[in-house]
Write a protein that binds this ligand. Structure first.
Ligand SMILES: Nc1ncnc2c1ncn2[C@@H]1O[C@H](COP(=O)(O)OP(=O)(O)OP(=O)(O)O)[C@@H](O)[C@H]1O
Ligand SMILES: [Mg+2]
Length: 343
């Protein structure tokens, strides 16, 4: 996987060409102070980013507000009013609810912090909360090229962007990830990506009963809309099959371990003897389609481990002994601490 592959998979690099077959979206450049805010430690939400209803409520309430603690100094968040306005306008133009992401990633790991446990956002506040809480977002901002084989790894020339997509209630039964490899050994097999179900930790009986038609729809969609239009020769794309003959493009991802192989391993996908080719008959095997065939194959949810603070994970697993030592020192230095061992 090369830097150019990662760059090509940025949302704004493919969206114009594929806008007719993907969800309606808006892209807003991140001002540098917002990027710095996302990168900084600490967790103060920006001023005035509540939804409109709350904002009017706050103004009306302020007259009869009771001053509970006048000594307390309030920590004020940064003011991104112009950027907030752009977000509000985009949300309005996309029907009132959006799915947020940056150039490559969505804050999927932060869903536990959101109201209602979804990535559905109706105001800038929801978006900041998710972006600030996500390791995937921090990876986009800090190490977008860390798995690339070439240099430079620096990302200072990247224009960071907030992508807002119109919210759709997506049924995971219809989500698939497709792997396209240019390996010349598989020749014509390039017409047929390796496909697997996107939510690979669940068993959906409907996929089993519909597998022929799922593969047909995705192959036709790929040949008609993607194959000759996407500039890379190896890449991963995600689709949503709403119903028979109705497939949408969701995303493009680099062909390499930075992208989750789900039911495929990258050893298989990058192997010299690629999937989808029968070396005895020297003919492509079409299609290679993997899905969870029974309840017994269910794996644990990939994002579950993000639902507790990383410090707690490190302390309880002993993964970071220095952190544990610091924690114990803190406990012994603080004799007034009245908490019991059970705490
Ligand atoms: N417009 C949308 N409305 C609601 N949910 C969405 C929308 N777009 C995507 N999703 C959901 O969020 C999931 C992740 O979306 P997306 O593929 O854009 O994120 P990503 O960060 O690129 O993921 P990955 O790291 O796996 O490539 C999708 O599988 C889908 O379930
Ligand atoms: Mg993606």
């Amino acid at each position: 996987m090369k830097r150019a592959d990662v760059l090509q998979c940025q949302f704004s690099n493919w969206h114009n060409v594929f806008r007719d077959i993907t969800f309606k979206s808006r892209v807003i450049d991140l001002p540098s102070d917002v990027t710095e805010y996302l990168l900084a430690d600490g967790f103060t939400l920006p001023e005035g980013c509540e939804d409109k209803l709350q904002r009017t409520g706050l103004q009306n309430d302020s007259n009869d507000e009771v001053e509970w603690d006048s000594d307390k100094t309030e920590v004020k968040g940064p003011d991104f009013s112009q950027f907030n306005q752009q977000i509000d306008l985009a949300i309005e133009s996309l029907g009132g609810a959006v799915f947020p992401k940056l150039n490559w990633s969505a804050p999927k790991d932060a869903v536990w912090i959101a109201m209602g446990n979804t990535l559905k956002c109706t105001c800038p506040r929801h978006i900041y909360l998710l972006l600030k809480s996500s390791n995937f977002i921090s990876h986009d901002l800090n190490y977008p090229f860390d798995k690339c084989v070439d240099e430079p790894k620096s990302h200072h020339d990247i224009v960071y962007q907030l992508v807002l997509k119109r919210w759709h209630d997506i049924n995971p039964v219809g989500e698939f990830r497709c792997f396209v490899s240019n390996n010349t050994l598989i020749g014509k097999c390039n017409d047929s990506p390796c496909i697997c179900q996107r939510q690979h930790t669940s068993h959906f009986p409907a996929i089993h009963s519909d597998k022929r038609s799922i593969c047909d729809d995705i192959e036709v969609f790929f040949v008609d809309n993607i194959q000759s239009k996407f500039p890379l020769s190896s890449y991963v794309f995600d689709v949503y099959r709403l119903r028979q003959n109705k497939v949408y493009l969701v995303d493009f991802n680099p062909y390499g371990p930075v992208t989750d192989g789900l039911l495929f391993s990258w050893d298989e996908l990058l192997c010299d003897k690629p999937l989808g080719f029968d070396f005895t008959s020297q003919a492509p095997i079409k299609p290679v389609f993997r899905f969870v065939e029974s309840e017994g194959q269910i794996q644990s949810n990939t994002y579950q481990c993000y639902a507790v603070p990383q410090d707690i994970v490190h302390l309880t697993t002993g993964e970071d002994p220095i952190k544990l030592i610091d924690f114990l020192k803190l406990k012994t230095q603080n004799p007034d601490d009245s908490s019991t061992d059970e705490d």
